[in-house]
Each structure stands twice: as C-alpha cells, then as structure tokens.
Design a protein around this ligand. Structure first.
Ligand code: FES
Ligand code: FES
Length: 204
C-alpha cells in the first residue's frame, strides 16, 4: 500500500471509531476489512455481521447504492464485485474482502464542469445514454441499471435484444415501463463504440 492509500485506511479506521462502531461493539469482534473500492485501496474497521450495502452507505457514506427490497429481488443495491453485478443487500462485507468493488460513484468522472457548460462532459457513455434517452424517472433504480449495463457491455459489446433483457432482468424499475431503459442501453452501445474508436485513433 502506498502512502496515499495508507492515509485513506487511517482516515476510515478513525471514522469508524465514532458512532458506527457502537453497533459493532454490541455485536461481535471487529476486524479490518480491506478492498479496492472504485479503484482505491481502503481499510475499514467493521463487524463480521456487516452487510456490504450497510458498509457502503453508512460507514462510507456512499449513498449512490440504493436499498429497497433487501431480499435480492429489485437490484437497487447492485454493485460490481470483480466486474460481476451483485446485490449488495445479500452480500456480507467479509465475502468481498480483498475484492474490487465498483459503485455508481466510481462510474464517470467526479470532476464535472457546470451543467450549463457541458451536461455530458466527464459522464460515462452509459450514463450519457440514460440521460439522452430519459431512461429514468425517479432514478431510484438507475445506479443498479447503469452498473448492470456496464457489466453487460463489458461481456457483450453488441448484445442482442434478448441479451439486453437478460442482462437487466435483476433490475426492477417501477416508473419507466422499460422502453426508455432498453433504448438507453442501445444508445450506450453506440456511445461505447464511438469512445473505443476515438481511443484507438488517439493511440495511433
Ligand atoms: S435492495 Fe437489494 S435487491 Fe433489492
Ligand atoms: S426510474 Fe423510478 S424505479 Fe426506475
């Protein structure tokens, strides 16, 4: 671990000694949980009974990951674990020890210009496609939808309609009726192709 990562670990350990540790103390022993979160090595002192979704939302204040059914049916809490879309409400944090976890906060750039300047600058191609096609209304399902779409396009850059439907079958949306979501995924395919083309041209 380099110095910067060391600092992150210390910060998170320090933060955990406040309010959240109370629940850890009342349960069982705590331990140091290590993972790579959105590309950064981190360490958190937590309880073996902590779910991944609670660790993300409460210990790390990463509330982009949503919670709804809490029984693995809706996909609102979906994150990528070593590139695989999984429901974080069903995962214990210790099951993800040492793994690479991506949440919606790790998608796209955080260094965004103002919306008036360029609404799509720094936005991931999948996020841009959802914005352009209106693939959300309340947005509660959207982080999970976007992460599922990322995983789908990583495995199948040009999925069929059936593969798109299968790729999103773990994500429930209560608002859109899915038409706009499917169109968003189809547009994301085009955006990813354009991005890959410009990346390749940049390399030449
Ligand atoms: S909150 Fe995890 S699947 Fe619904
Ligand atoms: S946009 Fe509201 S649940 Fe999908």
């Amino acid at each position: 671990m380099n110095d910067e990562h060391e600092r992150d670990a210390v910060d998170l350990v320090a933060r955990d000694t406040s309010a959240d540790t109370l629940s850890s103390n009342s349960s069982t022993h705590s331990y140091r949980w290590n993972a790579v979160l959105n590309g950064k090595e981190i360490t958190v002192v937590t309880s073996p009974s902590r779910r991944l979704v609670d660790l993300l939302r409460h210990d790390l204040q990463m509330t982009g990951t949503k919670v709804s059914c809490e029984i693995g049916r809706c996909g609102a809490c979906m994150v990528l674990v070593d590139g695989q879309p999984l429901n974080s409400c069903l995962l214990m944090a210790y099951q993800c020890e040492g793994k690479s976890i991506t949440t919606i906060e790790g998608i796209g750039s955080t260094a965004l210009p103002s919306f008036e300047e360029d609404p799509l600058a720094g936005v991931d191609p999948v996020q841009a496609a959802f914005l352009e096609e209106g693939g959300f209304q309340c947005g509660y399902c959207t982080p999970g939808m976007i992460l599922s779409t990322k995983a789908l396009l990583d495995n199948h850059p040009h999925p069929t309609r059936q593969q798109i439907e299968e790729g999103l079958c773990g994500n429930l949306c209560r608002c859109t009726g899915y038409g706009a979501i499917i169109r968003s995924v189809e547009r994301a395919i085009v955006h990813c192709d354009e991005r890959d083309l410009s990346t390749n041209q940049g390399i030449k």
